[in-house]
Structure formats: C-alpha cells, structure tokens
Design a protein around this ligand. Sequence first.
Ligand SMILES: *[C@@H]1O[C@H](CO)[C@@H](O)[C@H](O)[C@H]1NC(C)=O
Ligand SMILES: *[C@@H]1O[C@H](CO)[C@@H](O)[C@H](O)[C@H]1NC(C)=O
Ligand SMILES: *[C@@H]1O[C@H](CO)[C@@H](O)[C@H](O)[C@H]1NC(C)=O
Length: 831
Amino acid sequence: MQIIILCLLILISDTSENSSALYVVNVERNGKIIYTWKGNQRNTHIGLYDRQTKQNEHLYMFERDLHIISCSVNSERTLLAVSFRQYTEEERVSRLLQSVSKYLTLLIEIHPINNVRVLKAVDSCVRVQFLYPDEGRCTSTESRLLLASEDKYIEQFDIHVVAEEEHKVVIQNSGQLPRARVADDLIWAQWDMMEQRLFYIVPKESRNTLKCVQFYPDENFNSVLESHLDISVHDTRLKLVNFGYDYCQDREVAPKSLNLQVFTSKAGGLCVCCSLASDIPDEITYSIYFLHKGYNKTFTVSLERAETHQLKEVAFLNLDYYVAAYLPGQFLHLLNIQHPDLLCYSLFLTGEDARVDMLPSCSIQSPLVSTVLDCCAGSIYAVSISDTALLQFLRNSKQDSERLAALHCALLCVGSTTDLETQIIWWISENLSTCHTFDPIQEFIIASLYCRMCPEMHNLDKLLPYTSLLDWIGVIPGVTCATDIISLPILGVQNSKGFWDKLNSNLESVKYAEPHLHYHNNVLRREWLNLSEEKEERRTTAYLRNILENAKKVLSHLDTWDCEERLTPLFQEEDYQQQLLMGLMVSQLKDHLMRHLQYVGKKKIDQIVLDYVANLLNLIHRMMKEVWRRYELHSCVFCFDKRGSAAEFAVFHIMSRILEAANGMCLPLPPGFHTLHLGLGVRCLPLHTLLHYIDTGVLHLTEVCVRKLLKDLDNTEKNEKLKFSIITRLPEALGQKVYQFWNHPVNANFIARKYVKLLLQKLGNGQCSRPVPERHSVPVEFLPLNYLTNTLAGIENQGLHPCEKEDHVNTRFVEETALRHTMMLLGLKYS
Ligand SMILES: *[C@@H]1O[C@H](CO)[C@@H](O)[C@H](O)[C@H]1NC(C)=O
Ligand SMILES: *[C@@H]1O[C@H](CO)[C@@H](O)[C@H](O)[C@H]1NC(C)=O
Ligand SMILES: *[C@@H]1O[C@H](CO)[C@@H](O)[C@H](O)[C@H]1NC(C)=O
C-alpha cells in the first residue's frame, strides 16, 4: 500500500478545446498558483488559481507564442513580472537577430492592463519573484521584486505605485527603479516563499558557504546565517531552486548538475539534502546535513534492479516532520528531521509501499511543505502520509525497526486521532510479543505523552522524553549510514521570533547541553523504593505529606477532565504505592523543568507537570479500556464465582505486560490497577500459578480485592484452600483489616497470634514493641508457632537472652520442642 498519497491541487475548467496543456510556473506565498497555456492563435496566456476559493483569474495575454521562463504577481495583483525567451539560438542565427537580446524581463501594470516596462533585455536567463509581506497585511503602495540572473547575482527592485482615477494603479517612478544587490557570485540559490528567505551558496576559498537572507515585511533584508558545507561542486553554472518552474529547462536538467535543497521544519530544523554522484552502478548515495543537530548523515542504498536508462537522481520532498528521499521504482526514505539520531525513526520503504502514483520519474520539486510539483507535466500536488497505509505497514512489518518507525510516525507525526490511536492499541495488544528490541507499550505511552505535551510550550520538546528506546544498534536492510560531526552554523539574528529562535535554541542545546536533556526516571526509582520502605510513623513527615498532596492534585486534575466512563475499579480506591510514585514524579519533573526553563513561571510549570502525570494515567486507562472493548469483557470480571474465559486470560496477560512496561520505566499506574489485575488472576489462573505470581510480586494483594474474595467466596474445600493461601500471604497490617470478613476456624490462628504478641509485650515490658519483620512466603506449617518463633527470634536478636547460662535453650529449641510435643499428641512420628 502506498504510504505517500498525492492530491492534485489545480483544477481549471475554462480553457477552450484548442488550447494547450497548462503549466504551473509559480506558486505565490498566499498559495495562489500561476500557470500559462497557449490559446487559439498561439497566444500565450497567464492565469492565477486560488486554492482556497478554487477560482481562476485571467491575468495577462501575450499575442505571441512565448516560452515563459518565470512569472510572479505582487500580493495586491496590480503588477506582473514576466521573463521569457524571445528566440531560440537557431532562430536567432537563421533570422539574423543579432541585435535582439535572447531573453526579456518585463514589469507590467495589470490593474487595469496599462504600461509595460523592460527590466532586463539580456542574453542570460533571468527569474523573477515578488516579495510577499505578512500574509495578514492588506494593501501597500510598495512592491519589492527579486531578480535572479544566470550571471550569478540576485538583486531587489523597489517599486512604488500610486492609485490614479478609478482604482487605476501605475508605477510612480518614471525613471530608473531603485535597486540593491542581495547576493553575488553564487552558484546555487533557493527561494523559500513561505518564510520569505533566500538560501544561497557561494564558493569561498576551497569550501562552499551556505548563506541565508531573511526578508522582513517592513525592513530591508538581513543576512542571518552562514554555514560551511563540505560539498564539492563541479558544475559551476548557477542552479536555482523554487524560483518558478521552467518546465522546458527543468526537463533538460543535466544529470551531473548539483541536486541540492534546503528544508526547514516548524520545530526549527534546518537540513541540506544533496545527492552525490556515485560510480557504482547499483548504488546510490545521498547526504543530509542536519545543521540544527551538528552532524551530516550519508546514506548509501543498494538498488535491487539497476536500470541504467533510469535517471539515477534522488528527489527530495518536504513533509515538515520528514524529508523524503525518493527514487521512483526503487525506494522512498522518510527521514526524520526532528529526531534523526536513530536510524529506526526513519521509514525506509521499498516495493509497493514506496510507490507514489502520479509522480513521474523525471524532475520533481517541493515548492512548499507537503506540496510537490511535477516539472515535466507542470502539475502540482498536495502530499500527505496515509494513516491507513501506515497501519497496514505496521501490521505487515517484519522487523522491529519498521515497527518502531511506523509507531513513531503514527504517534508523533501524523498527529494521532482517536481512531488511529485505537487501532494502534489493538495492534499492540495482539502483537506484543513480536517486538524484541523495544516495548511497544512503553513506546506508545511515552510518544503519545510527548505529542500531547509539547505543543503546550516552546522548548518542552527538549526536556521530555519522546521515546522509550535510548539506544539502537540494529541495521536496516538495504541502507547504510555514515554520520560525521559538522561545524554548527553561525546565526546573525538576535531576539527573533519563530523559526530562527527555534533553530537558535536547537543549536544552543547542541552546543551547551548534555546530549540527554530529556527527563529520565532513574532517580525517581531510587527515591520511590526508599520512600516505600519508610516505616509507618515516618509517613507523617512534611516531605511525604507534600508528595501525597501532589498525587491528590493529579487525581483531582484528572477528575476535572470530562472523560468517558471509567473502567471499574480504576480510580476508585487508594493505592499508597502508586500515589507515592505519582507524587514523586510530579516533584521530580517539576525540578527538572524548573532547572531548564528558568524564565517560565512556577505556576505554568506546575500546570504542565500536573497535565503530564494526569495524561500518563489517562493513557494507561485509555489503553485498558480499549483492550476491554477489543476482547468484549464486561464488569463481571470482578466476580469470583466463575472461572475466567479465554478472552479474560488474554487481557490478564496484557495487563501483566502493562505492569511490566510501567515498572520498567517507573511509571505510575491508575489506582485500582492491582485490584483489577488480581481479580482477573483469581478468575483465570490455577491456584499454584496464582500463588507464584503473588509470591514473585507480579500480583499485589490489595485490600479491596482480598476483602471481596473473602466475602464472596463460599467455603467449599477449593475456595477454603484459596482463601487460606491468600490469608497467609497478607502483610500483618492488611491482615488485621480483613480477617473479620472470613468467618472460619482458621481465624483462630490470628487470634492466637495476637494473643501471643500481647502476652510477650507484657512480659518484655514493651521492649519488643517493634514489629517483627514480615517474612513473605513463609513455609506454612503451623502459623501460631511460626509467629511465636519469629517474635522470640526478634527478641533474641536484640540481645535479650533470658537464659544465658543454658546455651541450647533458644528459639530454635522452643520450636523443636513444641513441634515434637504436637506430633506426639497426634500420634505421628517425628524425625
Ligand atoms: C497483529 O499482527 C498480525 C501479523 O503480524 C496482523 O495480521 C494483525 O492484523 C495484527 N493485529 C492488529 C490488531 O493489528
Ligand atoms: C559530512 O561531513 C564531514 C565532516 O565535515 C565531511 O568530511 C563529509 O564530506 C560530509 N559528507 C558529505 C557527503 O558531504
Ligand atoms: C531515604 O530517604 C531519606 C530521607 O530523604 C534519607 O535520609 C535516607 O538516607 C534515604 N535512604 C536511602 C537508602 O537512600
């Protein structure tokens, strides 16, 4: 299935039958598309298509058959700049037109059609481009026009217009138009129409330097960037990118000419992509300079079927989050710009997945984000990633790297919708065990959280983790990649907003920060374990109170979200451990953000942190709800009178994996999780497995579940065995709370236990009031006796030996004696 889908953008209805095909010649900043066609008398027409209103507008007509090279209209649509070829070389020789220049560049008043001015009449090719002020601004009396010449310079004309009678707009200055040089001696230039900036390369000594000029709406232009590139350029003719589209010339593109493009992303990414000549026939090489990260990566792809007649040139497309390197019939590499460090965050597609219908194998350009122009046919398309195809790709994937790349793309780039998220959860729940190098549950939680949180504030993307996977050493079949450190670009902008500010902060974090600024939970785990072990009486310290207060805030914050009905019994009980973890996470995440976002107010950070932890719990809840839906479980999973079904068993397994995923990253679980998990365990597992899970700490004995179990189960032999096994595993404090729910002689054990304890306390004048350390999974033989011996041993360990003279009289002796005596009374043989 094709991952990339195209949608034709221009729909023109009013061209008559005799006219020729349309060619797109330019796309202006407001998204309007300029196109030309030949009319009946071989007239050359120029039209404008508005993507928003889907309206066409006729701009101008030449009563000649002209080859338009470049064309631009100002934002008020009062002036049209056109550059065209007057004659071909052959015509010139044959018709003795030596005195006539080969190319002509005109500035035409079109509101209404009026004067025409010649801007250039030269033998070298010229491209024109009006500057567009802020998109919101209405009309202005000043237009600025860029003119790029094959003679390796770019200049800017200032054109003042005045409105004469009845909206007639004419150029004010009758003499020479004021002009300024923007760049000289360049060998390559690219116009970024959306952001109104010009990238260009000048050879400097032995290296090439990439520069950028930013045009501001009111000021003049400023040079804002300089960066060295280690790209060798053999062809020194000027190459222009996105200065309109001259389909005739672009079709004749020399195979050895420089194929280089700059791409920027909203998040402050700046990449230079170029394809490199390779002498090996079945191999292709391209290189991406991640200027915002400080490295370049060179990819080499071995081609399956090397077809020599095929143009071996990679096309680069801008999809904002990704740059696509595309070789028709071979591969489509979606290169992640935001997180380029791990290869498994980029999708490398071949075969059917890599096919892009309608895109020809000749010259392609990407004039705008998510737009592609077929320079041969002159048509323009919107490009997007199909989430259906992405899901299909995920389902068919054979490698972990593919799965990770697809998950990453779906969760972070495509902007996951509820439906897509549901599909992903279902995939995860069914295909958990196919992933070996990463945990898809962890990846889902971390990536979804990142995607939900980052838009909240600038720079948060550098502080929150976006993946559960910190290292990946796998390979992607068919591609090799070499990474080199490069020098960082020098920015000449200060206090700027938008892209340059984001790029600047990206560069700052490469320059100064530890590579992993992302929040990490290893401190959290240590602190959590420490606090969990705290004794009851220490739980009242201010520190702990504060932590638990945090957790309360998270839970009540979550309550204010109007979310769908909750899965019982989640969020319906207290879970001290999980609340501790939530509270700690709040406090540590807050510290982390405070450290790096000093200019942000405490209130805002508190808000972000609460959102983060609440979203985390909500995601886990959402995941469980979807799994419930998928397996059609009902609330009866929490009754103990029946055995669980196969679906319940599957869900029990998924819950165990969620638990494992959360433990692995020290993420809090919604309170009630353990109750539900244990409930399913009791229904689904055979007794010995259940007990094994309890003893190994997978299942937790929660008060709610144990109480229900004791209350609801009758005293058949099997149930008694179960209840007895559970009772003996309860920590003492919990045991005290629930014994009353089981009306059974076994309770005598506990009454006896308590009695011994009280008695001993009296005896020792309170010296053994310290509770005996709990022993989990005690070998259960004779409970009151075990308790007694434990308690005695505790006293012994304090150094209180009542009978110091008689060495052999100790706890062990008491235990042995008691057992022997019992055996004798029962008439059993004691060995
Ligand atoms: C799980 O993977 C298999 C094959 O790997 C696929 O056929 C199936 O559709 C996947 N499940 C879901 C729910 O996507
Ligand atoms: C990548 O950068 C390194 C270091 O500057 C340079 O040596 C290498 O030639 C670059 N790779 C490409 C393909 O330009
Ligand atoms: C546990 O935390 C307390 C209080 O912060 C501290 O005094 C103690 O040293 C910590 N113990 C361990 C084992 O880290």
